[in-house]
Design a protein around this ligand. Structure first.
Ligand code: FAD
Ligand code: SIN
Length: 486
């Protein structure tokens, strides 16, 4: 059995920002950060476009960023949260820079990019590898603190609550409390427990429930599922964001390769396969409208024309500038025989981001005591029905910092819980054939992609709900469930 003052599940932008901010102030606390895959294999690593922050005050201001965020969120954002994140964001970006993150500069000033839904250029970026650079810098910084312990290949299975002590816990139990987590140590193939005074979920998104997604394979919504099973609150799970422009490449293995929205910010124009612009029919901002509008427009064009993709025309852009800003995208296109300076890039929408998630307040508190959450696994109120481009990294930074402030105040009053039982596998089955799981996963992806996609209707949703795979899972989760997995 392991004991740690603080257990952080997830080492992307949200989890590592929290750990660093906490370690800066309390070198006496043991901070354990676990990741289910290799350290650094996160959604954060794949971020391309950049981080949105009001930077050039000559032309930009908080009000503009706030209005852009509210507009993209389609009336469903929480204004107070939007104001808070937008105003606190730039300071956190400055900290990120002070921790060693590099962003591109032009004539000595940060080169600010533009993406869909933004009324100004305010995206700090490192080529088209912003997430890779942030992940690198955060990991390096975290490793400088001797009280941050980073572990890879440790898979959180379930949150430990009173339920595991034999108490009945339901969705209306008012004081559900977390005492740590059961974890699968992949090197030993054993389920162990980590006891913690405070637990932080920073487990990222769930794009892998769809067939086509820009998310890496770690994005399976584990944090959301753990909170759901522990009878905590989730919100807005129906708001799944589809990125308009994943590279159309049927030969590529999961995940899909993203063609950053920043390419449209630099002047790339969406066209149908016969070379005609179409976004003017849908929004005055054309190819730079917010993501949900562009993704629906592409979906509609593909459906009425019977096409598998649309095209992104970059042929008129400056070649040297394009290669300097988008080297990874340029090379990926070349690898499938498309020189973006000569041919238009075939693109298609793909699942990209979960706007909903674990319900948190302005300090990252969940509905479960001593459990906090930050980043893509949460629903903070920032994104509403549709996230504004490049606001996700910003949210992870701001919430990582805010949670650290609260935990600093509270942790000394939180004791460890004694008497936690070992994992009880009674009632569970051990699949002898992995293929049964991979097949279920494939089926789930098909159901979600066919019936719960970009545009939904009652007939399709009903079909999904009535699918045998989902009806059997629902029955399993309510009644016939094993004791410690319910
Ligand atoms: P992640 O970075 O996804 O980290 C999740 C962590 O949780 C990982 O360490 C993982 O191992 C761990 N984990 C998960 N489940 C478990 C478990 N059961 N046990 C143990 N560990 C677990 N956003 C922007 O703002 N700007 C962009 O330019 C941008 N571009 C993007 C491009 C792509 C291709 C993608 C996929 C996303 C992009 N996003 C962008 C979104 C953004 O990258 C993510 O929303 C954000 O990085 C999420 O950070 P996070 O810390 O919440 O989670
Ligand atoms: C992109 O680069 O298009 C992704 C930006 C984001 O998800 O915010």
């Amino acid at each position: 059995m392991q004991k740690t003052d603080i257990l952080v599940i997830g080492a992307g932008v949200a989890g590592l920002t929290f750990a660093i901010k906490m370690a800066e102030k309390r070198s006496d606390l043991r901070i354990t950060v676990i990741t289910k895959s290799k350290l650094g294999e996160t959604n954060t690593k794949y971020a391309q476009g950049g981080v949105a922050a009001v930077w050039n005050h000559d032309v930009d201001n908080y009000q503009k960023h706030i209005e852009d965020t509210l507009d993209a969120g389609d009336g469903l954002c929480n204004r107070a949260i939007v104001e808070m994140v937008v105003k606190e964001g730039p300071e956190m970006v400055k900290e990120l820079i002070s921790w060693g993150t590099k962003f591109d500069k032009h004539d000595g000033k940060y080169d600010l990019g533009r993406e869909g839904g933004h009324s100004e250029n305010r995206i700090l970026h490192y080529k088209d590898l912003t997430g890779w650079e942030i992940q690198r810098a955060l990991l390096a910084r975290a490793q400088e603190y001797s009280n941050i312990h980073l572990y890879e290949e440790i898979y959180a299975i379930d949150l430990i609550t009173q339920h595991h002590l034999g108490y009945s816990v339901t969705r209306v139990t008012p004081d559900i409390t977390v005492y740590g987590a059961y974890i699968l140590d992949k090197s030993k193939d054993e389920i162990d427990k980590i006891l913690a005074r405070v637990t932080i979920l920073a487990t990222g998104g769930a794009g892998q429930v769809y067939r086509n997604t820009t998310n890496p394979t770690i994005a399976t919504g584990d944090g959301m599922a753990m909170v759901y099973r522990a009878k905590g609150r989730l919100e807005n799970m129906e708001f799944v964001q589809f990125h308009p422009t994943a590279l159309f490449n049927p030969g590529r293995e999961n995940p899909d390769f993203l063609v950053s929205e920043a390419v449209r910010g630099e002047g790339g124009i969406l066209k149908t396969r016969d070379g005609k612009e179409f976004m003017q029919k849908y929004d005055d901002r054309r190819s730079l409208a917010p993501r949900d509008i562009v993704a629906r427009a592409i979906d509609n064009e593909m459906k009425i024309r019977g096409d598998d993709y649309v095209l992104l025309d970059c042929r008129h852009l400056d070649k040297d500038a394009f290669i300097a800003h988008f080297p990874t995208i340029y090379n990926e296109c070349l690898s499938i025989g498309i020189d973006p300076m000569v041919k238009m890039i075939p693109v298609v929408p793909a699942c990209h981001y979960m706007c909903g998630g674990i319900k948190v307040d302005e300090f990252g508190r969940t509905s479960i005591l001593n459990l906090f959450a930050a980043g893509e696994c949460t629903c903070s109120g920032l994104h509403g029905a549709n996230r504004l481009a490049s606001n996700s990294l910003l949210e992870g930074l701001v919430y990582g910092d805010r949670i650290a402030k609260v935990v600093l105040n509270e942790i000394d009053m939180v004791p460890f819980k004694e008497g936690i039982p070992n994992w009880n596998a009674e009632g569970t089955t051990e699949p002898k054939e992995m293929v049964l799981i991979t097949q279920s996963w494939k089926e789930l992806k098909e159901i979600m992609s066919s019936y719960v996609g970009i545009v939904r209707n009652n007939v399709r949703l009903k079909r999904a709900l009535e699918h045998p795979l989902l009806t059997s899972k629902r029955a399993g989760s309510e009644e016939g469930s094993p004791r410690f997995i319910a």
